[in-house]
Design a protein around this ligand. Sequence first.
Ligand SMILES: [Zn+2]
Length: 202
Amino acid sequence: MEIDITEESGDTIEFELEGVSAGFANSLRRTMVGNVPTLAIEEIRVTRNNSGLFDEILAHRLGMIPWEFDPDNYDIHEECDCDDGCPECEVQMALQKEGPGTITASDISVPSEDVEPAKPETKVADLKEDGELDLEMTAYIGIGQEHAKWQAANTSYSYEDGTFHFKVESVSGLDPRTIVSKAVERLEEDLEGFEESLEENL
Ligand SMILES: [Zn+2]
């Protein structure tokens, strides 16, 4: 397998892949979209919300905020060895603001030093003079297969003269190069797991 990066800018990377089957190319595409772990807000405890937005709408907006984080420091919530969430699969966050003003992702306080909003200007709500938000949140490490809010990238590819041309656009806080390498890692893990279960069952 040979990967040749042909273009890289901001959230997008393009590369050519040779010496693999159509099945592998498709697995790689699907893994980059739905199986590379990212971070998204999942639980919200509302102490006060008089922003004019229903709690559900606020929760949806907060859930869609992409976060930069170091993927090597965390495990997927569902796959973590803990029972009920731990600092390796969850990140605690809080949002306490009074109006008037526009509340953005940058107003969310996160104690973890390696976690910050990928797009700090993402709007959460407008608060009026007497408006107030007081929320505690838990973000999980998850994958796009579970919910679109954990989707790492949009990906497409074409096939020409024995070569797959991939285009990967990050829609998460991970840079596209990390998404490609994490996807390859995940595929390798899946194959190892498959091999182990084969050995156990033969
Ligand atoms: Zn855990």
